[in-house]
Design a protein around this ligand. Structure first.
Ligand code: ATP
Length: 303
């Protein structure tokens, strides 16, 4: 069993706090690290991979601290978000160089195995500069896998990929997890995480906002108060009817229409047509005003 454990981990850059007191454990299987841009995902992943020191707190792998512990690096593979500038090398030269860096006993065989694992054999003798985005992502994956680590850390691996490349990479990650690896990948896209990870960790503004089963967290998100923009033939009258009905926590009359904060999303969408019919008001538009992921995240943080 391979387990990464973070205890009270913080990291600041000057006076910017990028990661703030995060404690979590990441075990075998696929874990999604979800958070909006700038949440601290990359900083956290770099600390988990031993590339960056925590300003405070500890990160350990099966009990052994990660920072400045070269023995542990053999157990970790990290795929950074940014593309490395090895465009002049062929895929094979790059992976072979990585195998040699790890001082593997048979670097050539290890490189071939890693290249085969990501199904890049057909393009191994081509320069990385001529690869597509998806191929570059896969060769980066091979470089992280060349020493066969039990832990893989992937920073925004699907960024800039087309749907086909995305599916291929998802398949590959699933296969790696089925082999018993501990895989953590970061993303700011909920659907991506939903398709791949059964377990998610949510971070917002450097803080740990939620943790657990994806469905449980999804439910938290749908149970949150929803804000709707409603336009009708008589907003003032509809506002009075909605308030009287009790299905909304607050109702505001603005020049764009009514802003309604519904207590129960399903009950509200079911009741609104009835309430308006009873009040003899025609509904023109009902649209969610807070559907962005940012609002979901801030709801989770405020809990
Ligand atoms: N080297 C650095 N120097 C100063 N501030 C930094 C540095 N790296 C990150 N930050 C800041 O730390 C915070 C977290 O950044 P980080 O890149 O870890 O977030 P992220 O969740 O990975 O975001 P993204 O999805 O946009 O990559 C941000 O406010 C960022 O500006």
């Amino acid at each position: 069993m391979t387990e990464l454990r973070l205890e009270g981990v913080s990291r600041w850059y000057g006076n910017v706090v990028a990661v703030n007191g995060i404690s979590m454990t990441v075990g075998p299987g696929v874990t999604g690290l979800l958070g909006p841009n700038g949440a601290g995902k990359s900083t956290l992943i770099h600390m988990m991979g031993g590339f960056l020191a925590p300003s405070s707190g500890t990160i350990s792998l099966d009990g052994a601290p990660i920072w400045q512990n070269p023995d542990i690096y053999r157990s970790l593979g990290l795929v950074p978000e940014r593309e490395a500038a090895y465009d002049f090398l062929t895929g094979e030269q790059f992976i072979l160089a990585m195998a040699k860096l790890h001082k593997l006993p048979d670097p050539r065989a290890a490189a071939q195995r890693a290249i085969a694992l990501v199904e890049m054999g057909y393009a191994a003798d081509r320069q990385i500069g001529n690869y597509s985005k998806g191929m570059k992502q896969r060769i980066k994956m091979a470089s992280a896998l060349v020493h066969d680590p039990p832990v893989l850390l992937l920073d925004e691996p699907f960024n800039g990929m087309d749907p086909r490349q995305r599916l291929q990479l998802m398949d590959l990650i699933r296969r790696m997890a089925d082999e018993g690896r501990t895989i953590l990948f970061s993303s700011h896209i909920l659907e991506e995480v939903e398709r791949l990870a059964s377990h998610i960790e949510v971070i917002v503004a450097g803080r740990h906002a939620a943790s657990g089963d994806f469905r449980k967290i999804r439910r938290l998100m749908t149970d949150r108060p929803h804000i709707f923009l409603v336009r009708s033939s008589d907003d003032r009258r509809l506002a009075a009817a909605v308030i009287a009905d009790g299905s909304a926590r607050s109702v505001q009359l603005t020049d764009k229409g009514l802003t309604v904060e519904a207590v129960d999303f399903q009950r509200f969408t079911w009741l609104l047509p009835q309430v308006s019919r009873d009040a003899d008001v025609r509904l023109w538009e009902v649209s969610p005003a807070d559907e962005s992921l940012e609002s979901v995240f801030s709801y989770l943080v405020a809990r």
